[in-house]
Design a protein around this ligand. Structure first.
Ligand code: AHR
Length: 498
């Protein structure tokens, strides 16, 4: 089979917001406890943070991390997680039916973010709480000093304000599983008023309103429309959450889900812009896809969990090879919408539907899932400018969509004069891939790798899955030819002459 990608240095989608490669850590299962924080672990530093985990997270270069939930946040009292640890209450986490010790809270998270070079995306509870708690939290975090909340922060050890810029106002409020679930109108009104109060404390913050928690939800579309009609002027981003599964073990359908993801994004952009037009507004609402991934392997096991454990093994999907192909394809889809998708959070980061897994004892203490590899490559090298992809390849038909056999895109990074191509080959046959370029002179291949040759259901507990060199590749001034393995994720980095 053949696939051609044509790019032109003068034709771009947009500058890429680095925050598109963010991630998410929730008080859920072993993400925080036994993931980020485990004071008795041999690798832990004086703060109880596992340094093996910090090292692994740094490899992904995640610039932004959403916290503390997720469903957890809709029943969370942020005040329970501040102050002396021996005075913090142990609470029921109703969302995940777990025991929350609050030994890790706001200050610990901020310190950890600093250690992994990420900025926080702080979620506020609009389930059991509301305007008052949200504005107090902004004051606690961002006001310099001289008020009750800002001075309490200082007393708790943080003299300088945290200056948190990005705030998620609620979580999945469209879902009936959410504590404090609301209708679109109720949430729209509440997010408007909450955002207004939060901005009165700190006008520099950026606010994310909850969109739909899945494209398939019955309320999709109407939810976005109603929420934005109420809150358009007070928020900056609308969120999208999307997880895919392969319960039917149907590879073609599963790999075709990137087309659904693309349609979801396109649909939400259309709604944002329709509300903009209706309101005759000059302001553009951008998208925060602040939960995306594959999630299904652990669901049966989770139903058998005993409630009210501390750090239970929940949502511990062990990802296989085909999951890595879809994750790569979804990441390429984010780049295709770099003009409107400004924040993305791979959900989640450690142990819970995550690229990084930990063992509490023994060797290896940390292991990488299959999905770690495509995400690591695109988060490290999918930077700079997303170039408009003109792809020519055969398609196949799924139940709902026409799916191209390859997903491909190129980015141009002006800081190191590199053009990087990411390609997923979804065909069971090899692919003769050709890159045609205009307005650029290709110099040499800097790195070419493939993730290929593994069984579709192979997982990576033994760490045998690795990136391999892509050797069947040639380059001349304006063209690259590469022979791609069947079912493969590929990355080609090239330097160009300016
Ligand atoms: O990421 C796991 C859960 O998925 C989150 O808590 C929730 O927001 C979503 O439903």
């Amino acid at each position: 089979m053949k696939s051609t990608l044509s790019i032109d240095l003068g034709e771009s989608i947009s500058k890429i917001d680095p925050r598109i490669w963010g991630s998410f850590t929730e008080h859920l299962g072993r993400c925080v406890y036994e993931g980020i924080y485990q004071p008795n672990h041999p690798t832990s530093d004086q703060d109880g943070f596992r340094q093996d985990v910090i090292k692994a997270v740094k490899k992904l270069k995640v610039p932004l991390i959403r916290y503390p939930g997720g469903n957890f946040v809709s029943g969370y009292n942020w005040q329970d997680g501040i102050g002396p640890k021996d005075q913090r209450p142990t609470c029921l986490d109703l969302a995940w039916q777990s025991m929350e010790t609050n030994q890790f809270g706001l200050h610990e998270f901020m310190k950890w973010c600093h250690k992994v070079n990420a900025e926080p995306d702080m979620a506020v509870n609009l389930g059991t709480r509301g305007v008052d708690e949200a504005r107090s939290l902004v004051e606690y975090c961002n006001f310099p000093k001289g008020t009750y909340w800002s001075d309490l922060r200082r007393k708790n050890g943080a003299n300088a304000p945290f200056n948190i810029k990005v705030w998620s106002v609620g979580n999945e409020m469209d879902g009936d599983w959410q504590i404090g679930h609301k209708t679109a109108y109720e949430y729209g009104r509440l997010v408007h008023e909450t955002a207004k109060a939060m901005r009165l404390v700190d006008p520099k913050i950026e606010l994310v309103a909850c969109g739909s928690s899945a494209h398939q939800n019955k309320t999709f579309g109407a939810w976005e429309n109603t929420v934005l009609n109420q809150a358009y002027d007070q928020v900056d981003y609308l969120s999208l959450h999307q997880y895919y599964d392969n319960f039917d073990d149907n590879l073609a359908e599963f790999l075709g889900k990137s087309v659904d993801f693309d349609r979801f994004i396109t649909d939400v952009i259309a709604i944002c812009d329709a509300v903009k037009a209706k309101k005759r507004s000059d302001k553009q609402i951008n998208l925060a896809i602040d939960e995306w991934n594959v999630w299904y392997h652990s669901k049966a096991a989770d139903e058998k969990q005993t409630p009210w454990q501390k750090a239970p093994h929940l949502l511990e999907d062990h990802y296989n090879f085909e999951d890595a192909l879809l994750v790569g394809s979804l990441a390429i889809t984010l780049l295709k919408h770099a003009d409107r998708v400004k924040i993305g959070c791979l959900a989640q980061l450690i142990n819970v539907i995550a690229p990084i897994m930990t063992n509490t004892t023994g060797d290896p203490s940390v292991w990488y899932q299959s999905i770690f590899y495509p995400f690591m490559q695109i988060s490290n090298y999918g930077q700079g400018i997303a170039l408009t992809p003109h792809q020519d390849v055969e398609t196949y038909q799924t139940k709902d969509y026409e799916v191209p056999y390859t997903d491909s895109i190129a980015t141009y990074n002006p800081t190191n004069h590199e053009v990087v191509i990411f390609i997923v080959n979804k065909a069971k046959r090899s692919m003769n891939f050709k890159l045609n370029t205009a307005n650029m002179q290709l110099k040499q291949i800097v790195e070419a790798t493939q993730f290929a040759g593994y069984g579709l259901h192979q997982t990576n507990e033994d760490q045998s899955m690795i990136l391999k060199p892509l050797t069947d590749i040639s380059i001349d001034n304006h063209q690259v030819n590469a022979y791609l393995q069947p079912l493969s994720w590929n990355m080609i980095r090239m330097s160009i002459n300016e």
